[in-house]
Ligand binder design. Structure first.
Ligand code: FMN
Length: 350
């Protein structure tokens, strides 16, 4: 069965979102945190704080949280990787796919895909960091494990990438370098950076990459239903997993619904979907967890409001129109809360 990975979405899958999702819906093998970047020569504090949001939560620890780095050079990469290793993370994802012009123009994300030299240097650093950690792990195997747990754990690196910024040739030029690197996984979103998140997915290039990639490969792009996941599983038997972003924001039960089918290997068509009233009920539960955490984490009505309002953005097709409109219209936290309270009875009668 395929692993289901929750894609990172800057501004949406915040620490408190990930935590609330794991608690109420689950079904996800790993949550990828939105990228950590450099600000004034240092790891951005706000991004680091967001990772802290999930620390010490037992429910959340059942799944994995994997932080992600975006960097334009081996120097930036090293600063960010060191900060995450110091925090005790043992899995780190590297972003070579972000299409936002702010990042691409600074030679980060998809803007790095045409620079074989920089990618080679970063892969060299990955090789150093993962083998250094492994050596330390062996050397310390007999020492008091607890005290050394953080620095002895082997570090696994993965890459999340697109086919290129301008052309799929970019990914195929990099593939020999990536194949040689000690990567745990590659996630491929088969679009170009210049397409951003729209336009046709290039399955032809995906299939070529699938054949030539020597690492476990994860597919990412436009998955919104369980039958689509099953179809990916059938079409690409070597696939390690699918990473889902907007489809999970729109239907947070998606991973759990697929998990329900896992025992049957997608072979039988069971009724795996959650009933609409149960879906809305669980959505409101998840919202409550998110709201409580946002109220504790953020200060001021407008900060809290912006965090909780973004929760609903991709849910429009899956929630009653009236609920969606009232939530979007709320300009104050009190108006927002009234809208939610009024919707509560509707959720059980719908
Ligand atoms: C608003 C937004 C923010 C995103 N932030 C990140 C990010 O921080 N890191 C990353 O690797 N991808 C990011 N992505 C890309 C998604 O992880 C994913 O690759 C993309 O949405 C395609 O998958 P989907 O069709 O399942 O949503 C972002 C996408 C959107 C729309």
């Amino acid at each position: 069965m395929l692993k289901i990975l929750f894609a990172p979405l800057q501004g949406y899958t915040t620490g408190i979102y990930r935590k609330a999702h794991a608690e109420i819906f689950g079904g996800v093998d790993a949550y990828y945190a939105p990228f950590l970047r450099i600000e004034n020569g240092k790891p951005r504090e706000k991004d680091l704080r967001d990772l802290n949001a999930c620390e010490g939560n037992a429910q959340f620890k059942k799944t994995r949280e994997i932080p992600q780095i975006i960097a334009n050079s081996v120097n930036e990469f090293k600063i960010l990787a060191d900060a995450l290793i110091a925090k005790g993370y043992t899995e780190i994802d590297f972003n070579m796919g972000c299409p936002f012009p702010m990042q691409v123009n600074r030679h980060r994300g998809a803007g790095l895909l045409n620079d074989g030299q920089a990618v080679q240097e970063i892969m060299g650093e990955i090789a150093k960091l993962s083998s250094a950690a492994n050596e330390t792990a062996q050397a310390n195997a007999n020492e008091t494990a607890q005290a050394n747990a953080k620095r002895t754990a082997p570090i696994k690196f993965s890459v999340k990438m697109r086919l290129g910024q301008e052309s799929p040739d970019e990914a195929f030029a990099l593939l020999p370098i990536l194949n040689e690197a000690p990567l745990a996984q590659i996630t491929l979103h088969p679009r170009l950076g210049k397409q951003q998140y729209k336009g046709a997915i290039d399955f032809k290039s995906f299939e070529k990459f699938y054949e030539e990639c020597r690492h476990p490969l994860v597919y990412n792009g436009d998955i919104t239903t369980v039958p689509q996941i099953c179809e990916m599983e059938r079409r690409y038997p070597k696939l390690a997993g699918v990473m889902i972003g907007r489809g999970m924001l729109a239907r947070p039960s998606l991973a759990a619904e697929y998990q329900k089918l896992r025992d049957t290997n997608c072979a039988v068509s069971l009724n795996h979907t959650i009933a609409p009233q149960d879906f809305l009920g669980k959505l409101l539960q998840m919202h409550q967890v998110l709201f409580d955490n946002a109220s504790k984490t953020y200060q001021g009505d407008s900060q809290i409001l912006s965090h909780v309002q973004s929760f609903w953005e991709y849910l429009e097709p899956n929630v009653p129109k009236k609920l969606f409109k009232r939530i979007k219209k709320a300009g104050k936290l009190s108006e927002y809360q009234n809208a939610i309270i009024e919707i509560m009875p509707q959720s059980s009668s719908k």
